[in-house]
Design a protein around this ligand. Structure first.
Ligand SMILES: [Zn+2]
Length: 149
């Protein structure tokens, strides 16, 4: 197992803070929009790295199998290829979601439900950091999808 170097061409996560600094706004409890979920950002970035590493491992694994052209191994190599393609497809989608979630963090729309504009509870974000919907809206969406068939 070799550790891959962190992704080099990752989009910069440093965005200028557009939020004006409020020095004496402590009377009311206002939630700052920036850097709301630093730990979830870390989770997302870790997950992103893990997927990229795994994708590399799957490829390496496949090459190893193809290096032994035994009949039974060939069959399993084909299965493995289909399997790895499916994984890669799923990973690509997940990677996209992670990138989008990180992007939402940069523009401070992360954790806001796309549908009702309500805050998505921290617990849900922690469990499913790429989500864009609160649990109520997600349930509604699933019901609509089922109704559509
Ligand atoms: Zn919602």
């Amino acid at each position: 197992m070799k550790a891959r170097s962190p992704h080099k061409d990752a989009p910069s996560t440093k965005s200028p803070r557009a939020v004006p600094a409020e020095s004496s706004a402590n009377k009311r409890k206002t939630t700052p929009k920036k850097a709301k979920y630093p730990d979830i950002r870390r989770d997302l970035e870790r997950q992103r790295t893990a997927i990229l590493n795994e994708a590399g491992d799957v490829l390496t694994h496949r090459e190893n199998l193809e290096a032994f052209p035994d009949v039974s191994d060939q069959a399993s190599a084909e299965v493995d290829q289909n399997f790895s393609m499916r994984i890669r497809d799923r990973e690509r989608k997940l990677l996209k979601k992670i990138d989008e979630a990180l992007e939402r963090m940069n523009v401070a729309t992360y954790g806001i439900c796309e549908r009702c504009s309500g805050d998505i509870p921290y617990k849900r974000l922690k469990a499913r950091p790429v989500t864009t919907l609160c649990i109520e809206c997600k349930t509604l969406q699933e019901q609509e999808e089922q109704a559509r068939g």
